[in-house]
Design a protein around this ligand. Structure first.
Ligand code: SAH
Length: 355
């Protein structure tokens, strides 16, 4: 597809599966636009061959913005007293999940801050009720919880779990997550794997202090996990956090991360994230043409949307779920792609089930 002249030696090594950290870091750096074009074209081709042209839609319910953590970058951090907090009741969460199913989404994602108010049994009950009433996969994204909780939810029917490593660099992780432990994060990801969840992970791109070499190592981390799904977004500084004055992550770097993720994990799902769409109006379209094959339309009731402010100027906070459905469909159609049907399990995970 791409003219061979634009395929740099580093990209050639990545395509041959014989590359090092330096190759990845080099491809992540700013440079010749033709080099980027060759990278994106290669990732787009691998995406088409391995996961096809259809785009999976995951309906996202942001059900609580209470959080016990103090992640330096996140607007939901406990220390941000300016944020008005909300919690949806279990009945409301089930209703939102069923609304997502009615819109045709094959997956419902339930996401929140780390909110201990929802006991494990309550979450299990919500999962069970959604699974009993709709033909959907359920993905949870509730942060770090005891292994017993993850096990209970898996038994209740949860299919997938999203837990980003945020950065695979220990020192940077420690700086950004006061009171948290990198090893514990790894243990959570390990437990989720063992419980046979499809595991989604990912990183924040452009964090203060993050180098291209760290990002290159993040790619190796996601490859070796291995992640069934990868979400990558630019860091967007939030005024209510200690990183308010920091520089934002850059869209081109995120797109190069998306493309390299696709090349390293051809059979996994890669998300065109909302954060990317917030940083650049066409950010998600660009990601879909550089290796991504998943989007996450918001199905949070409009009354709560603006309050789930992990970063400022988040898109679609003034819209109803039905509107998001139409908007996503138009964006996907504009690229000549189609909307996937079914639950959209990760091919990588499906293959592992056959052995
Ligand atoms: N409590 C859950 C959900 C966190 S919100 C958990 O711990 O998994 C989902 C993701 O938003 C986080 O994993 C993080 O990568 C991203 N995020 C947080 N703050 C952000 C910011 N300022 N800019 C961009 N993305 C951010």
């Amino acid at each position: 597809m791409s003219p061979p002249s634009a395929v740099s030696p580093a990209l050639q090594r990545v395509l041959a599966g014989d590359y090092g950290v330096d190759d990845l870091a080099g491809l992540l750096a700013d440079g010749d636009p033709e080099r980027d074009a060759a990278l994106f074209a290669a990732a787009n081709q691998v995406r088409a061959e391995h996961v096809g042209d259809s785009v999976h839609l995951r309906g996202l319910v942001e059900f609580s913005n209470h959080c016990g953590r103090t992640c330096q970058y996140c607007g939901l951090r406990a220390a941000n007293k300016a944020l008005q907090r909300y919690r949806m009741q279990p009945d409301e969460i089930v209703e939102a999940g069923l609304r997502a199913a009615a819109l045709g989404y094959g997956t419902v994602v339930l996401q929140s801050g780390e909110d201990a108010w929802y006991r494990a049994e309550v979450i299990a009950g919500i999962v069970q009720r959604i699974k009993a009433q709709a033909d959907v996969a359920v993905t949870l994204c509730l942060g770090e919880r005891p292994r017993e909780d993850y096990a209970l939810w898996r038994e209740a029917g949860a299919d997938r779990y999203l837990l980003r490593i945020e950065t695979s660099n220990r020192e940077l992780y420690a700086q950004l997550h006061p009171g948290m432990s990198f090893d514990h994060r790894l243990a959570c990801l390990g437990a989720l794997r063992e419980l046979d969840y499809q595991v989604g992970s990912g990183v924040l791109v452009g964090l203060p202090g993050q180098t291209l070499e760290m990002l290159a190592r993040d790619l190796l981390f996601l490859r070796d996990l291995p992640a069934d799904m990868v979400g990558l977004g630019p860091f967007i500084p939030h005024p209510g956090t200690p990183l308010a004055q920091a520089e934002a992550g850059r869209v081109p770097t995120v797109l190069r991360m998306v493309a390299l993720t696709r090349l390293l994990l051809p059979d996994s799902h890669v998300v065109a994230t909302t954060a990317l769409g917030s940083a650049d109006p066409l950010g998600r379209e660009k990601a879909l043409q550089a290796g991504a094959n998943v989007m996450m339309p918001n199905v949070t009731p409009r009354a709560f949307r603006a309050l789930y402010e992990i970063y400022p100027d988040k898109i679609c906070t003034d819209e109803e779920p039905e509107h998001c459905r139409g908007c996503m469909a138009a964006r996907i159609a504009s690229l000549g792609r189609t909307i996937a049907t079914g639950h959209g399990d990760a091919p990588r995970w499906l293959h592992s089930q056959r052995h």
